[in-house]
Design a protein around this ligand. Sequence first.
Ligand SMILES: NC(=O)c1ccc[n+]([C@@H]2O[C@H](COP(=O)([O-])OP(=O)(O)OC[C@H]3O[C@@H](n4cnc5c(N)ncnc54)[C@H](O)[C@@H]3O)[C@@H](O)[C@H]2O)c1
Length: 358
Amino acid sequence: MKNNSLLNTDIKEIEKFLGADNINNLSGKTILLCGAGGFLGRYFVELVAHLNSSKDRSPITLIAVDNFITEPTATHLSDTPNNITFHKMDIINGIHFDFDIDYIIHAAGIASPFYYAKYPMETMEVATIGTKNLLELAVAKNVEGFMFFSSSEIYGDPDPKEVPTDEAYRGNVSCLGPRACYDESKRLGETMARVYHTHYGVPTKIVRPFNVYGPGMNQNDYRVVPDFINRTLSDKPLKIYKPGTQTRTFCYATDSINGFIRVLLKGVPGEPYNIGNDSPEITIQDLADTLESVAGHPIAKSFVEHPDVYPGDEPIRRCPNIKKANIHVGYHPQVSLKEGLTRSLNWASENYEFKEKR
Ligand SMILES: NC(=O)c1ccc[n+]([C@@H]2O[C@H](COP(=O)([O-])OP(=O)(O)OC[C@H]3O[C@@H](n4cnc5c(N)ncnc54)[C@H](O)[C@@H]3O)[C@@H](O)[C@H]2O)c1
């Protein structure tokens, strides 16, 4: 049985990227983490477990919440160390705790296009009703910080003049397209985070992640990096959705977690921050070629139309301008794409399950 732990070296890398000051600001605090069973949530869980193993600081108390809608087989929270408790809960149904809470991290969501096409109602509700429930809790607990995970998808398909895209760009989003349940509900979630700041003084911070990837992504996640890696390890051709010239930049998990925590602690309340990598901006075809060079052997590729289960209407270009996060919170990504893909591929080869011998 595989334990699916993340890379210990990655958790230590996040600690290094954050630095002692940021970590000290978290020590002794109580954090409510929603979406703890997901890809990014588990980095927070393992980071806190690692930080709590030090005798030099007061431990962080972490309340980890998830409903496991997209992670029904997740096992990594079943055996949690001291000061971390797990609650299976759906934040759409309301949330209440008797104890004090210092920070709320709202990373619950349905992030993979495959799953938001499958669960459009739940996708809209977690980003809107779920967000409102957590913001109400933030008011009641008078929290020091609240972080809403929005998405680069709120920009939709940006005007090429707006790429790299900064936070002031208003977006080019369809309210009726196949991605609308995700994009539009994240947009409303951001509005709520802003209003709860201006009306109730909640120190809300908004992060807009741009294609974060790394170890810990579910084998059946269907986002492009784990999908390509899963196919590479299964000796299946990579399916590149046409035209294949759509561009993205990819951000390794350790860089992104550093950015998220910096925004939580130092971001300006009510403000959004792009968290991603501003280079290289590459086509999906280039991503397949880079993975091939990392794997060290030829990989078959086929160009296909979007299947019915995967929403089309993809942005043609996606690349963040990250100057705001750099200037406000000192964020700068450091892990190269080749290095991140190497770590991801190696982790998946140890942790993904394959019926047939590779
Ligand atoms: N990873 C990225 O590149 C990326 C990019 C843009 C936005 N985001 C956003 O960041 C957040 C975390 O992303 P991720 O990659 O870890 O996604 P993920 O899908 O791996 O994890 C999200 C977790 O939220 C849980 N969840 C969903 N609905 C819930 C509910 N109603 N109650 C409780 N838990 C619920 C899911 O079970 C899952 O474990 C999401 O909100 C996502 O939309 C991520």
